[in-house]
Design a protein around this ligand. Structure first.
Ligand SMILES: *Cc1c(COP(=O)(O)O)cnc(C)c1O
Length: 432
């Protein structure tokens, strides 16, 4: 089997298959296997959909048992045992321990569905049209979500004006000198700024697709305060950074903020099954019954694995602690590599197990990714020019596999720069 079917039948819109041009067949834990049985270490984790790895045996078991007993697969938003179990588990494991009073909306199966619901609801609650978003934000591909997304190439695909949003400078956009909260505050306060008061503000705590831009926690806290001061809803899109990617279940927990609306998707099902949530503070839960819906809101298979994953990983702090420790490991490894290959002019950035190298030469990230793939490591790039090499392994990846992946990045950087990798210590040595 070759890539022929994809090249001849699938639309030119296909993307990742071009960067990782093999046919995959099976997967387990942190590894994917192609049709020839070649193993690939996965430092991409389905864009953080697979935080607990591929085909987690416990989740798989729960799923097979549920299917085997003819458990309901699809149910729109009718009541089902699987959905009730998920809701109760989510309340017990996630909402209650964090003192979050939020109601749970099932907006449809994908992240962009969750964002659309959040934007519609903010407008409905506040009766204003605009939503404030940030430079380099990524919120999805449907028109509403795209209108609050920064990337010009992606926006261009809309084919019509993307309106009712205002893009503001994210944390650090003008460098350390300019406090962007003060900048936004001034625009909102000034009756001559030309900026309409928005219904809400949508933000990512770490802009993953935008190039791993990490917001300062104090900045997030002040953004929340700004929302309170100007009566705007504070919406956190935690679709990629939530479910433990930065350590805690929600990426905003450490900032001590309480968003009005929270978007979750990607790893919430835990198994790679489509599922999304929009979490809403009770006072803003003003939907009329059925005012927002979607045929695939009731993906019971996802509810089964999601509930099991919450029981497995979120009944204590063990996973969070491990993510923080492994995140520091990856950060140290990358730091070593940027020093070893000073010529790469790379800088390390990230939080938790979302870490990357920002290259001054934008093409370098893609070249390193290509070489890494040849050595059996799947690793993607992000940022407006694809200038950031983005490491995002499953959170359950072993220390040994993290070292193995970093070894491959070491080798790939040597090849990409065409320098002798023997100068300087191999990355693995810094952990001994
Ligand atoms: C992936 C992502 C989305 C969109 O999710 P889809 O499932 O692709 O629609 C939205 N926001 C963020 C931050 C994401 O990472």
């Amino acid at each position: 089997m070759s890539l022929e079917a994809f090249e001849q039948i699938e639309s030119t819109v296909r993307g990742y298959v071009r960067n990782f041009p093999v046919v995959f067949d099976t997967a387990e834990g942190s590894y994917l296997y192609d049709i020839d049985g070649k193993a690939y270490l996965d430092f991409f984790a389905g864009a953080s959909v697979l935080n607990y790895g591929h085909n987690h045996p416990e989740l798989q078991k729960a799923l097979i048992e549920y299917i085997s007993r003819n458990g309901l697969t699809h149910s729109l938003d009718m009541a089902s045992t699987a959905k009730a179990a998920f809701l109760e588990t989510f309340k017990r494991r996630i909402l209650e321990p964090r003192g979050l009073p939020h109601k749970v909306q099932f907006p449809g199966p994908t992240g962009t569905n969750s964002v659309e619901a959040a934007l519609k609801l903010a407008r409905k609650v506040k009766g204003r049209e605009k939503v404030m978003s940030f430079t380099n934000a990524f919120h999805g591909m449907t028109l509403g979500a795209l209108s609050v997304t920064g990337n010009a190439f992606k926006r261009g695909g809309a084919g019509l004006p993307l309106t009712h949003s205002d893009s503001m400078p994210y944390y650090g956009y003008f460098g350390d000198e300019v406090d962007t909260i003060e900048y936004i505050d001034r625009l909102l306060a000034d009756q001559g700024s030309g900026v309409d008061l928005p219904a809400g503000v949508i933000v990512e705590t770490v802009q993953a697709e935008g190039g791993i831009n990490v917001a300062d926690l104090g900045w997030l806290k002040r953004l929340e305060a700004l929302c309170r001061r100007y009566d705007m809803l504070f919406i956190v899109d935690d679709i990629q950074m939530g479910c433990g990617r930065t350590g805690k279940f929600f990426s905003f927990e450490e900032a001590g903020v309480e968003p009005d609306i929270i978007c979750l998707s990607k790893s919430i099902s835990g198994y790679g099954l489509p599922m999304a949530l929009t979490l809403i503070k009770p006072e803003w839960d003003v939907w009329e019954p059925g005012e927002h819906n979607g045929t695939f809101r009731g993906n019971n298979l996802a509810f089964v694995t999601a509930a099991r994953a919450l029981d497995l990983y979120w009944s204590d702090d063990r996973l969070s602690d491990e993510v923080e420790r492994k995140g520091r490991m990856i950060h140290a490894g990358l730091k070593h590599l940027t020093e070893k290959y000073a010529a790469s002019k790379g800088a390390v950035r990230g939080r938790g197990m979302m870490q990357g190298i920002h290259f001054e030469d934008a093409d370098m990230a893609g070249t390193v990714s290509k070489h890494a793939f040849q050595h059996g490591l799947i690793i993607e790039t992000s940022g407006p020019e694809g200038e950031v090499l983005k490491l995002m392994p499953p959170l359950t990846t072993s220390d040994e596999d993290i070292k193995k992946g970093l070894d491959i990045v070491d080798q790939a950087m040597a090849e990409a720069l065409d320098v002798d990798g023997k100068d300087g210590m191999p990355v693995r040595a810094i952990f001994d």
